[in-house]
Structure formats: C-alpha cells, structure tokens
Design a protein around this ligand. Sequence first.
Ligand SMILES: [Zn+2]
Length: 267
Amino acid sequence: MVLDSEADTSLLLGTEDVPPVMEENPAGRSPFLLTADHYGRLIPRILGDLGLPASQLARHIAWDPGIAGVADALSEHLGAHLIAQRYSRLVIDCNRPPHTASAIPLISEATTVPGNEGLSRDDAEMRRAQIFDPYHRRIDEIIDARAQQGMPTVLVSLHSFTPVYAGIARPWHIGTLYHRDTMLPPLLLKHLRSEGDLVVGDNEPYAVSDETDYTIPVHGERRGLMNSGIEIRQDLISDQAGETAWAERLARVLGEIETTLRKEGMI
Ligand SMILES: [Zn+2]
C-alpha cells in the first residue's frame, strides 16, 4: 500500500499528539549544543500503550528517567540550546540507526513489546518519518545555522542509565561515551575525576559505535564536531533535588571546559 503524506500524518501523530521535537533556549549562545534522544516517553495516541502496563512504560526501556529535568536545568544554567525528543524509545529509538532491529524493539531488556509485533514496513517507515526524521533534521538544521553564524558547536548528548543491569550493580555515577573525538572526552573525564567524589566511567556503562548509536556518530563525528555522550546513573537523578544538583555540577564542569577550549583556541 502506498500512503500519501497526508494519510501518514493521520495514521500516526494526530491533532492531539504533540510534535516530537522539544527545544529550550534556541537563542542560547553557549558553544554546547545539548541533545536528549530519550527525553520523553509519550506514545502517539493511535498506538495506545503498545500493549504494555504502566509499570513497564515508566521504566528505562521506555525512556531515560531523570534526564529531562537535568537537561532542562543544564540548558538554563549554560544558556545552551537543547534539542530533545518527546516520544518513547519503544515507539522508535532516536539513538539507533533506523534500519537496525533495535530501532523499533520487539524485545527490550527481556520485555516483549506487543505493539511492535508484526509491524509492517509502512508502519515502521511512518514512525521514522514522523518522529525520528524531524528530530534529526532539526539537529542538522541547527548545526548548519550555527556554522553559518560563525558560532562554535560542541555536541553533548545526554542520557541516563540503570543502576543495576542483568543483576549486576553499576559502580559509576557518571560516564563519558565517545568513539572518535579525542578532544572533549578526555577533558570531561579529567574535570569529572577532579571533582573528587565521583566514580567516573570512561566509555562505561556503554561505548559509542556506529552500529549501536546515531546522534554522536552522525551529528558529532561525521560533521567533525567535538562531542561526547554523558550518562548519569538514574538513582542519582530520581527526584528534583538530584536533577538540580547534577545540572548545577555539570554546568560548572562544562563552564570550566569552555574556558579551557577558548584559551586553547579550539572554539
Ligand atoms: Zn538514553
């Protein structure tokens, strides 16, 4: 079946659904461009609850708990443009190459997602066209616009991770995630470690790769921007006080890094 674009719109995001892209501080002058691929856990109305109970839809499989509060406050503190995605990663994961199986997961951490079973190619394409593409198109547009204005862009992709995975407790409070950038990640590691009270993961609990990630490889590496992912452990940002404290800490650390980058003529 061939769908025209108007039919597409009526079949996934309807008039009662909000747009996928959420932005804060679009006029912010900070060199840091913040992204949050797993900011929200909305589900387009037409998809119901994807066949999952509310308890599952509040878990990490659906989004990155705590990161929205951190991202909002960090954007505010830094005067940094934040581009975030409001829909659940179970609808389509905006940090996976869209043609991989994990982009629209049938099973996520041992939980089967009934609403993703037997998905037609058209249905999958529609999720990409209406959620994934607008989000990444917007990041692209903003990076282009900043370059045209002569504004530097240092890409920071914000995520949160579960304190326990597959029965094993994760010791890190925060981790940097990177692949090809040799500038920002070591600076971040150095500054975070000098805080003195943090267990800092170096490419832990995950490392970035072209197969398992999208935002860093595509927007950061392919465009030659300094970049890093930041992962914060979810139990540390499970309430507003935690979110605020981490946003303040990261704003201070990133502010120090900005000073260093300016001094060295990197931005
Ligand atoms: Zn994430």
